[in-house]
Structures are given as structure tokens and as C-alpha cells.
Design a protein around this ligand. Structure first.
Ligand code: FE2
Length: 374
């Protein structure tokens, strides 16, 4: 049996200040009203809050949607001269902010900017009748940012100025929390991005111990993972590489006009039910050739799920020395080939699915061979 990537910290990292986890992820989009409908009806999120002109905020409309512990804000600018509009013009719909919940936003801002991060918004307080939060923001790769959210002085349901909304449409798909968020950077920029996270935050670097050249050949990308101390924050960073096919990372960077978030992986406790529901809702997933499943059990060993059911749903499996994991990728959720989502279920496995690059590649070649085109 071939083992997939095995991750081991290259150094024992220690967070330089307390990060509890990802508080929310904010997307800048061209039409948040319609985007919110997709996240609700297709991906199973519940609309929980709103801010915009009706609530006294004049420059934007923001929809707060939630499923399990996953909190997304979908924001659209209301005027062409705002930086949000510029973001949408350049990048299309995409992730602007991966916001961390921290114990002390001022300290987080001070430490990260002293260590070389570029400040975007200095610490400030945001209040409403439920109390106040402290926030600050720094830049990371591309036009993506990290906000620090300190909410110990706030009793509201989310963030100040959001008005609670009822959602009669809500039909959860079983998503529980964010497993990892992947950043794509340009050629030869991975190392400096990884170093950024270890220097600025104290995150640990993980390296892959399988045969690197082989996996790079099949995936046309190189990837290193950084994670915080409690492992609630896991960021694989990808850069393009020369491989058997043109790098999908290069294509992303061309269409996103720079570095940005490639995919967000969300964990389900029952991936088969989650994917059945999402398919019925009209979510599109990448195609997996039937031939991928021919030698699946030889590759990954014994698994609980019937192979036939995984084949029908196009769910992939990868194993490492800790266990296995199941995963599936949506097609990009915009017309540009940029951001997509991954649904993942971990059964002990800690990998990110690198073993599937080669398996998928070989499955596609088997299909080609059957058609006589190889
Ligand atoms: Fe992933």
C-alpha cells in the first residue's frame, strides 16, 4: 500500500500570541444578495445576520451566513469608488479576509507589525447596544488580509451592527467547521509566504515526507502547510511547478490577478449524506473517472464506506499513517477558474489528499487508454 503525505513539524512552533481559531471568512462579491442565496440553497448555510443601508451602513451590504461553526460574510460594495469595488473589479468574487479570533487584538497587531507584517487597519473599537469588539487588520499574500477579532466585551450574536435575520430557507448539509484554507501564490513565492507565517505568527511548518518529485510531477504544484499551535488554523500554501500538465496554480494566479485563496475545506461528519444533499441542490463537483475506484482498496486499504457509494458520489480517499480521509472538490464557484470548496471527512487521517493527485492522473490515463488515445 502506498502511503500519502505524512506531515511532521520541522520545528516545534509556538504561537507568538493567542489565536483561538478562525472567527469568520469574508468574501467580496459582485452581488451579495444573490451569492447568499447560493450559499444557503446550494451549500446549506443559514442566513443569520445582515448589515447595509437599512441598518445605517451606507457603503456596503453584508450577509452573515453560518453552518456549524463556519461563519462567512458575503459583502458587496454599493459604490464604484470604494476599495471593495476595486477588489471585485480586479479579482472577481473571492476571499478578502480570513479573520482570527484572538485574546488581544492590539497585542496581535503590535507583534505582527513589529515583526514585519504590513498594517491595513490599526486597532479600533466597534460598538453597538450589545457591547464592543476590538479589531485590527494586517495584510498577507496578494490582496488578502487577516483581521484580529477580540470579542470579550461583546454579547451580541456575531459582530456589532449586524441585525439578526430569520432564515426559513435554511437546510443544513452537515458541515461542521473549517478544516483548512489554501492560499495560491505565484511561481517561487511559496517559501517566503510560509516564512511569513512562521516569522509573523510563530506557526509551525510542515513538510511532506513522501517522494516529493513524484507528487509534484503529477500535481504540477508544490505545497507546504503552516499551522498554529492548537492546529485549528491550517494553511497549505501552493505555488506552481513544472509537471506533466500545465499548473492549475498558474491558471488561478492569472485569473485572480495575483495570489489569493484557492479553496476552503469544510469538514462534514457524514460526507456521503452531505454530498448527496449538495448534488441534489445543484452543486457541481469535479468529475472522477470510474477507473479511480478500480484499485481504490489496494491503494488505501480497508475503509468503512462501500466503494460503490463513493464511486456514485465521486468521493476520493487518501490514507496516511494515522488513518484515512475522504474528500471531494466542487468546481469553481465563480466564472473565473478561481475559488472552490472542498468537503472533507477525517477518519484519523491528517493528510490533505496529496495521494489523490497521482491516483486521479492514472485514472484519467486509464480512461484515455480505453478510448485508444494514449
Ligand atoms: Fe484541501
Amino acid at each position: 500500500m502506498e502511503t500519502a503525505e505524512q506531515l511532521r513539524a520541522t520545528e516545534q512552533g509556538k504561537d507568538l500570541f493567542s489565536i483561538r481559531g478562525i472567527h469568520h471568512i469574508e468574501f467580496y462579491v459582485g452581488n451579495a444578495k444573490q451569492a447568499a442565496y447560493y450559499y444557503r440553497r446550494a451549500l446549506g448555510f443559514q442566513l443569520r445576520g445582515y448589515l447595509g443601508p437599512e441598518t445605517g451602513v451606507k457603503d456596503r451590504a453584508s450577509y452573515f451566513v453560518q453552518q456549524g461553526k463556519i461563519r462567512f460574510i458575503l459583502t458587496t460594495p454599493l459604490h464604484p469608488d470604494s476599495p471593495m469595488a476595486e477588489h471585485v473589479k480586479i479579482h472577481g468574487d473571492g476571499v478578502r479576509d480570513i479573520a482570527f479570533e484572538v485574546d488581544d487584538a492590539e497585542e496581535a497587531y503590535r507583534i505582527t507589525t513589529e515583526r514585519g507584517a504590513r498594517g491595513v487597519t490599526e486597532p479600533f473599537e466597534l460598538s453597538d447596544s450589545n457591547g464592543s469588539i476590538k479589531m485590527a487588520t494586517i495584510a498577507t499574500y496578494g490582496d488578502t488580509v487577516h483581521s484580529f477579532v477580540q470579542r470579550d466585551g461583546f454579547n451580541g450574536f456575531f459582530l456589532p451592527n449586524f441585525v439578526e435575520r430569520e432564515d426559513p430557507l435554511a437546510q443544513p448539509c452537515g458541515l461542521k467547521h473549517v478544516d483548512h484554507v489554501v492560499g495560491n501564490v505565484d511561481w517561487n513565492r511559496m517559501e517566503e509566504t510560509v516564512n511569513f507565517y512562521s516569522n509573523i505568527f510563530g506557526f509551525s511548518k510542515f513538510v511532506s515526507f513522501d517522494d516529493k518529485d513524484i507528487s509534484t510531477e503529477y500535481s504540477a504544484l508544490r505545497s507546504t502547510v503552516v499551522a498554529n499551535e492548537n492546529k485549528w488554523v491550517k494553511f497549505p500554501i501552493n505555488e506552481p511547478a513544472e509537471g506533466l500538465k500545465r499548473s492549475q496554480i498558474e491558471e488561478y494566479v492569472q485569473f485572480y490577478k495575483g495570489a489569493g485563496v484557492q479553496h476552503i475545506a469544510m469538514e462534514s461528519e457524514n460526507i456521503r449524506e452531505t454530498i448527496s444533499t449538495m448534488r441534489a441542490n445543484g452543486v457541481e463537483f469535479i468529475n472522477v473517472p470510474d477507473t479511480y475506484y478500480v484499485d481504490l482498496l489496494e491503494r488505501v486499504g480497508e475503509i468503512t464506506e462501500p466503494v460503490e457509494e463513493l464511486r456514485e458520489l465521486s468521493i476520493l480517499v487518501d490514507r496516511d499513517d494515522k488513518g484515512y480521509m475522504l474528500q471531494i472538490f466542487t468546481k469553481p464557484v465563480e466564472d473565473r477558474p478561481t475559488l472552490f470548496f472542498e468537503i472533507i471527512q477525517r477518519r484519523g487521517g491528517e493528510s490533505f489528499g496529496k495521494g489523490n493527485f497521482k491516483a486521479l492522473f492514472e485514472a484519467i490515463e486509464r480512461d484515455q487508454a480505453e478510448r485508444g488515445n494514449l
